[in-house]
Every structure is written in C-alpha cells, then in structure tokens.
Design a protein around this ligand. Sequence first.
Ligand code: MGD
Ligand code: MGD
Ligand code: SF4
Ligand code: MO
Length: 909
Amino acid sequence: MNAPVPPIAPETDAPVMRTTCPYCGVGCGVLARPDGAGGTSVAGDPDHPANFGRLCSKGSALGETLGLATRLLHPMARGGDGRMARVEWDTAIGQIAQAFGQTIERHGPDAVAFYLSGQLLTEDYYAANKLAKGFLGTANVDTNSRLCMASSVAGHRRAFGSDTVPGVYADLDEADLVVLVGSNAAWCHPILFRRLEAARAGRGTKLVVIDPRRTATGDEADLFLPVNPGKDTVLFAGLLAWLADHEALDHAYIDAHTSGFAQALASARAMAPDIEQIARETGIPTADLVEFYTLFTTHERAVTCYSQGVNQSAQGTDKVNAILNVHLATGRIGRPGMGPFSLTGQPNAMGGREVGGLANQLAAHMTFTPADIDRVRRFWRAPRMAAREGLKAVEMFEAVAAGRIKALWIMGTNPAVSLPQAASAARALGSLDFLVVSENVATNDTVSCRPHLVLPALAWGEKDGTVTNSERRISRQRAFLPAPGEARADWWAMAQVGRRLGFDEAFAWRSAADVFREHAALSGFENDGSRDFDLGGLASLDDAAFDLLAPVQWPVRSEGDTADKRFFANGRFFTPDRRARFVAPMAARLATEVGTDVPFILNTGRIRDQWHTMTRTGLSPRLGAHLPVPFVEIHPSDAAQLGAEDGALVALQSAHGSAVLEARLSAGQKRGALFAPIHWSNATSSNARINDLVAAVTDPVSGQPESKAMPVRAAVLPVRFRGFILSRAAVADLPALWWAKVAVEGGEGYLIATDQEPDEWRHHAAAILGTRDYAEYVDAPGGMYRAAAFDDAGALVGAVFLSPGGARASWDGLKARLAARTLSSTGRRHLLSGRGDDRAAASGPLVCACFAVSTSQIDAALAAEPGADVQRLGQMLRAGTNCGSCVPELRKLIQRRAPADLATVGVLA
Ligand SMILES: Nc1nc2c(c(=O)[nH]1)N[C@H]1C(S)=C(S)[C@@H](COP(=O)(O)OP(=O)(O)OC[C@H]3O[C@@H](n4cnc5c(=O)[nH]c(N)nc54)[C@H](O)[C@@H]3O)O[C@H]1N2
Ligand SMILES: Nc1nc2c(c(=O)[nH]1)N[C@H]1C(S)=C(S)[C@@H](COP(=O)(O)OP(=O)(O)OC[C@H]3O[C@@H](n4cnc5c(=O)[nH]c(N)nc54)[C@H](O)[C@@H]3O)O[C@H]1N2
Ligand code: SF4
Ligand SMILES: [Mo]
C-alpha cells in the first residue's frame, strides 16, 4: 500500500492522494479524495509542474467515471457451451501458461503475441516486454501506440539516432512563435494549450496552426493554414528552401553537428520548387505561405508541436523528418523556447516507448542490434531472447487473420474499435486458438469477440505505478480506492504467468516498486551516457521513496541529477557519429485517392469531452452533453449538394464498411472533406464505428496506419421519425433503425431514428417501459408518439418520444425531469404535451461542461450585455472559468453575435 502523501488540505481529515490523470499525455497532477461512500472528488494538483492545479473537462469529471456498474470484477472463462463463467485466478493463470506454452512448443515463439496500450503503467508494460522478449522468445509485442506515436518514434530515430523528445513544456512559455501541425490541442491537450494561451497573453507569442479543417485550435491562431491532407511535407520542404534562400540557416550548427544537409535541401527544392507550386499543392494561399515562412525566419525562439495530423498518415515519418529538418537547419533545438515537440496522446505513450513496448524496440530505448540484444539478455538472464523485430500492429492482426498468430493477449486497448478495418480485426480475433483480454469493463467491442478468457484489471484510482508525459516527466499514479472484486494489476497477472512457466526468479516482484527499480536499473546498465533514456539515479529508491516520488524528468543519470532536461543543446546526438541526420523528404501522396465513386476524403479524430472508445468518459452525463451523437462535419456547399440539412442522418460508405452519422454543417471544412470522431463503437451506437470504413494502409517506415484520409461516398439516409428514449436502466435490443447511447443524469439516454409507425411504437414502448404505469399520447396521422412512465412517487422513470421528420428533437426538458427524481403533477401533465419545464427545455447544447452552461444561457447573457467578452461571460455565468476547454467556443459564440470590430476578446488568466 501507499504511504500517505503529505497532507494537502490540512483543514480536513479526509485522506487526499496525489496521483496523475489517466487521460492525455499532458500528464496533469490530480488530488483525489474518496468520500468513503463510493464517490471521489478530484482537483488539480497545484504543485504538479504539468498543470499547476488546472484540470480540463475530462480530468474534472473523473469522479463521475469511477462507478463499478460497468466493471469486470472476476476472471471469466469461456466454457464448452460458449458461455462465459467465473473462474479462479489460479485457473486462469494456468490456462494462459498452458496455451502460450503449448503454442510455442508446437508452432514456435512467433505464433504468440501481445497487443498492449499506452494506458498501461510503465510497470505493466515492462513486465509484458520482459516476458515476451526475454522468456518466450518473441518480439511480437506491439501496442496501440503504433496507431498513435510510431511515426514520431521512427522520425526521431532517423534524425537523432534515438527516440528522444528534445524539449520541455517550459519551452512553450519561452517561445516567440509556436507552430501546431496536425494538432487540435485546444481539445486534445487542453491544459498545455491553456499554458500556451497564457504565454501568448504575457509575451505575445505568435501561434500558427496547420490543419485541413479549422478546429477550436485553429480558431485561436494568429495564422491558420488549411493544408491539403497529407501535404505537410511539401509545406515544410518549402520552408527549408525558403530558409536557405533567406540566409536563415545556422551553417555553423549544420557543419558541426549534422549530416546529409545538402541532399535534403536538394530534395526539398525539387519537391517545393517555388511558392506558387507550394500554394497549389498545399491549398494554402501564397500570401499566407509567405507570412508563415517569414514568421519562422524571423523568430528564433520557435517551437513546432505536432500530433496525429502528422503521425497518422501514409507518409507520417517523412512529415516528422520534414519538421525536424527545419529545426536542425536553424540550430533551433534543445535551447529554451525552441525545438520540435511531439505531443504524445496517451497518459503513458512515453513509458511504453521507454520499456520497448513497440515490436521494433528493445527495453530501455535499445534496439535489435546484436550488442543491445546481448546487453538485455545478460541483464535479464534471459533464456530465450527474441533475436529480431516482431510484427507491428496492422501486420500482427493480418497474421492473426492468416492463422500465423494463434495465441494473443490484449491488454488495455479496444482494437475492435480502434484498428483500421475494425470489423476485419474483430473477425480475426474470433478465429484465434486462444485469446485473452485484460480489461476494466465487462463489455466492449473487443470483449464481444469471444475471448477464451477475460481478466479483471485494476483501473485508475486502484492501480499503482508510474506514467511518463510528453515532456519526459515521470509521475506516480497512486491507488486511493480498494481493488474491487478480484481485479488485479496487469503486471501481476503477467508475472504469475511467467512464474507458472518456470521463471520464478525473473518474475518474483512483490510490488510496482520492485518492477520500477528493475526497469530503472536496466536503463542505467552499461549506459554511461551512450543512451538517452537513463533512470540510473532512481534504481535504488526504497519503497517509501517510490511512494513519495515527486514528478521527475528523465534523464536521471545519477541520484539527484539536476542537469537541464533538454536534449541536444550540445549538438551531440545518439547516432554512431554523434551527428544528427537530415532526411530527404519523399514525394507526398495520399495512400488512397478519391475518385468519382468515392468523392469525399474522410478525416477522423477526437472531440473535446470524450476519450477514445468511451468506456470511461461515456459514463459521465456532464461529458456526454457537449456533443452527444456521432456526427460528420461537412462543408455547407457539399451538404447542399447532397441535400443534407444540419442534423440529418448521413450514410458514409467506403470500400471496407459504412457508418450512419448526424450531419454538422461547418464552414471550417474544406470542400470535399469530411470529419468524423473516433469515439463511438458498436457498444454505444448502432452504426458509427468509424474504423469500419478506414483502410489498413500504413506508413512504410513506421507501420503507422493512415487514419485521416479515407476516400468515402456520402448520401442522406432518409428516415421517417426521430426521437429519443430515456430510461433509468439500460435498454437492450433497441428496435430502432439507428441509435446512439448517451449518459444522462439518473439513467440512460438513446437518440433514435426509425421508419416504424407510432402504432408499432406502442408495442416497443410497452416493452421498454415495462409493466409500470405509463401515460401515452399517440397522434398517428401527425406521426407523433409520446409515452412517459412514473414511479410511485410520481417521478419520471422512462420516456419514449418520436416525431416526424429527419431532424433531432430537443430532449433537454425531459432529461432534466429524469434527473430530478420528483415531478409536480402540473409537470406530469405538461410532460406529454411536450411543453416541459421551459427553463430546462430551452437549455440547448452544453458549452461549459464544468459548470453546465448551455448555448442558450450564453445567448441570453450576450443579449443582456452585448459587449460582454469571455472574461465577462465568466463573471456572469462562470462559463470557462474552471478548465478553460470551452474558451474557444465561448469566443465563437461572442463573435457570432458581435460586429467584427467588437470581436476582440481577452485571454483568461
Ligand atoms: N478530448 C480528447 N483528448 C485526447 C484524446 C481523446 O480521445 N479525447 N486522445 C489522446 C490521444 S491518445 C491522442 S493520440 C491525442 C491526439 O491529439 P490530436 O492529434 O490533436 O487529435 P486528432 O483529433 O486525432 O487530430 C489532430 C488534427 O489533425 C488534423 N489533420 C488531419 N489530417 C491532417 C494532415 O494531413 N495534416 C495536418 N497538418 N493535419 C491533419 C485533423 O483535422 C485534426 O484536427 O489526443 C489525446 N487527447
Ligand atoms: N480512425 C482512427 N483510428 C484511431 C485513431 C484516429 O485518430 N483515427 N487514433 C488512434 C490512437 S492515437 C489511439 S491512442 C487509439 C486508442 O484506441 P484504444 O486504445 O482502443 O481506445 P481506449 O478506449 O482507450 O481503449 C482502452 C481500453 O482499455 C481499458 N483499460 C483502461 N485502463 C486499463 C488498464 O489499466 N488495464 C487494462 N487491462 N485495461 C484498461 C478500457 O476500459 C478500454 O476498453 O485509437 C487509434 N485509432
Ligand atoms: S489536459 Fe485534461 S485529459 Fe490531459 S492530463 Fe490534463 S486533465 Fe487529464
Ligand atoms: Mo493516441
């Protein structure tokens, strides 16, 4: 158990635990205080150097996601009848050891594999790699980071000889120019973005955003460059040539510390011969190109942050190197306020890279060279070292489908949703001889793929260990809740399997601290500065020191190492000749081109208040209120051509699958481009799993899939009725044509579409609302159906509402009623009339998730005070004053109302 952390709120007796947010790679410190009755309050840790007390909407809502209702609490095994039944942990461990052991005996070590996640703790990740690469003899260990950071890893290794993120967050405070490439940081790294906004307010930092669509982040930019999908390489090749032509190169740095410059410049010139050609290819107006190039030329303190718009593409590694090239050519790397900066997505994307979680890496940032293999073998005293790289995620699932991989252990990821060609991936899982899934939740699309065994893993608040954020800072995740049911740490389960296979000594860890010390020791083993990753100074922490470990950035080469944590200021890299390498960019082409039958290009990504496949954020009513349904963003002119009004259902179809999504008209889209979120799965919607459409095409260097440019066609899906269902309990087997599930206060909500007549819905409603008393209103000719059920106290417990037409009806009034738990008799009477409680009914979409402030409240405030700015809105409604994630949207609402010259607003402090 953890030693109690020094008291943080001395005025109360409640134990407060310092821990780390389990969502994005910003890695914010969290103070968690369980109330002893199943609830937990959370707040930002004012002393954590990633967030200094702030949390975004997702972090703030963590307390709402800790319930046990959806959790997997016991190991379950599939019996002969196909049903899952409880088994003892001991039996489960025996089954895995036997299945993996026998498969290796019969088919060799490469017939088994592990598919892991950047949401595992470093200790879990370390255990998996040691087991597979040292003791089972296979490097078939890959992770969802392949879908996330692999191109950055590959780009770093090509340029630096190591997978090193050179900079630190403080560089954003000290920069004069920040360029965000393929990053919607306002939504995906919100607290880091707020830090950047604060720096802009203080120092006037210029912000350039490069993205094919205008996002909440793009809205905040001084200069927004709407690059054509995939054309970042051309844009940065053009910048390299421009720097050369405008005498902005650092020749001394290039000569002393790099190689390959002349060739890279020649290739860049060939790719981007003149500004008109660059404008044509990138779709960026010439004047804006010149402005960007000039800004970069004249601002030495420049940081270029990049994320999935760069990584997730068929030429992602070249995009990364095109960015690294311009920083190397100007010597702007490793010094305060300058450098390239890969923003990592998951809370422990970096930790996974540190332990060698990718199939082409070995532990502690070593690779599959004979010397490294031998070093790791000696350290582990490994009987069966993997001798070569293993299969990368997409190849791994191809090998599963082809029957070459026969036993697979999935841990902390939901590949049936997140892999490209998700339906094929799910089918492949069903064909395995042995599939084990370690999960927090009892059901999701992967758990539905008929695993032989599912294992209950500890979740956030229960697990204990370390994670590393985007700036290489290691923070503790500490347990503040007891392990529920029979849930166990992932590292523990793997260590048990290792021991069952006969490797007692190698897997004798008693705690996360034991695993961490071994990991730290390996990083320092025969290192002497030859490898970037070094935690040698933490290798002998005792248990108490591990429990109290304060956030610390690597490298920590010796105890108390306080050297500057930036890399490469000294110009010494980790290549054999210690010089950085320029990489000549290759022609930038999309993997698959649009055509007449597939005229749209589908881009995919994230929304502000949901996390990936929604197994956790999907439980929070507050987070569900911002963007409740799966949608597709479409340019108004394209929508007009399709005949799609805002809110209509649109069917997308690709060569691989289809989805039905609600149209959101947005002038921020390019013509011919669509954007859809990745979050919905078959568990949360009838037909919105976006990766069913996305082809499994990968970058040739990194193996990362192209997730952001899939050719599709689109058509309006005519439906006769739209409506919703509200229910205290989840509803199984919805009889609707289309549905999406939304967490609502007091129960579950479903937004639905149907072609069935009101009369048919009378039967469905009876089944959904059960035997309880309910009132009905049927207007068959008018196409209206409404039913509402009440409990003995008269409170609303369920409702089914349908109305004719293709647009979604507002459900805010009814939602408020379900939450209320009591209802006046007038309220009940009004309910079926659809009039509802006016205040609640008029609330409209939620903008500020922290204080539940809706669009209509904001509109009302702006009507009352037309000159109100963001700060004033904060005073009036509290909107935007907590996490600030909604500030860009507030600004937009203000701009929409205000004449252009009134639209300037201050930045929140
Ligand atoms: N709210 C929220 N935050 C998250 C997550 C979440 O699920 N929800 N997930 C976390 C994880 S794991 C990750 S990896 C990060 C991802 O963080 P981001 O990378 O910021 O998020 P995405 O929405 O995937 O994609 C970023 C942008 O790339 C743009 N893009 C698409 N194609 C191109 C292109 O060719 N060039 C350029 N320049 N841009 C392009 C997209 O339009 C999109 O706006 O977010 C993390 N934070
Ligand atoms: N088209 C398209 N596809 C994408 C992306 C995209 O932008 N576009 N983005 C890609 C990226 S960057 C990412 S990171 C992936 C994310 O995709 P996934 O990793 O598949 O998404 P999650 O929902 O985070 O899945 C994590 C699962 O692990 C469980 N879990 C959480 N913590 C633990 C734990 O400690 N132990 C165990 N055993 N289980 C745990 C959760 O309940 C959940 O089911 O999606 C990728 N796929
Ligand atoms: S920015 Fe938000 S999601 Fe990311 S670590 Fe901080 S609180 Fe968590
Ligand atoms: Mo990610």
